[in-house]
Design a protein around this ligand. Structure first.
Ligand code: CA
Length: 226
């Protein structure tokens, strides 16, 4: 059974999320603060985390930062209206999707399924692509540069896997959003730039002079040809 950790200090919202997710067939663990959430992640090994940004001790962004040190588990952030800057920071920290409160529990279930499906699809994508020292192994969901493995979040891997599907081909931001199955971030094309920036920091020898993930000005991005 797939385990989802819901991190939310408001008991009503946590309960409501739990009820719907359990009804949809997931096993749900809840945590009311950041410290407890990090312990729950270590103990329960959830496949997905639903993370509220406003928490009593560490805020959600600190929790995401701590998680990303050694985990690529998918994260759906819960934000309040008007927290635009938090949303961007969250995406930069490697969150996979976000929902603005108040949200419908049905939508939460749909997003959870979409993020998990995206992760599973990335896993079954097949073949290995090599460009210079960069190796993207789409079946084992791994990327490496030389002998150094690169830790990508599910969304980051999905973007790299999409670009690696046709090295040299130019992808617009809208096409890259489509590659994320059109569910995350809707028309939020700037999110692509935030992800690309993170990916470059992880895999480019010099992120300011990218060798692999190339910008096509005014259009989008492409992976260098082998
Ligand atoms: Ca809260």
């Amino acid at each position: 059974m797939t385990t989802i950790l819901v991190v939310e200090d408001e008991p009503k919202i946590a309960q409501f999320a739990r009820d719907y997710l359990e009804h949809a067939g997931f096993r749900v663990v809840t945590a009311g603060d950041g410290r407890f959430a990090l312990k729950a992640v270590a103990r329960e090994r959830p496949e997905l985390i639903v993370l509220d940004l406003r928490l009593p001790d560490m805020d959600g962004l600190d929790v995401a930062r701590a998680l990303r040190k050694d985990s690529t588990v998918p994260i759906i952030m819960l934000t309040a209206r008007g927290e635009e800057s938090d949303k961007l920071i969250g995406l930069e920290l490697g969150a996979d999707d976000y929902m603005t409160k108040p949200f419908s529990p049905k939508e939460l279930v749909a997003r959870a399924r979409a993020v998990l499906r995206r992760w599973a699809l990335a896993r079954t994508g097949g073949e290995t692509v090599r460009v210079g020292d960069l190796v993207v192994d789409r079946s084992r969901l791994r990327a490496s540069v030389g002998d150094r493995p690169v830790d990508l979040t599910p969304t980051e891997f999905q973007l790299v896997a999409a670009l690696a599907g046709s090295p040299g081909r130019v992808f617009t931001r809208a096409q890259l959003l489509d590659a994320l199955h059109g569910v995350a971030f809707e028309s939020y094309e700037r999110a692509i730039d935030a992800h690309i920036k993170n990916i470059r920091r992880k895999l480019e020898p010099d992120p300011r002079r990218p060798r692999y993930l190339l910008t096509v000005y005014g259009v989008g991005y492409r992976l260098a040809e082998p």
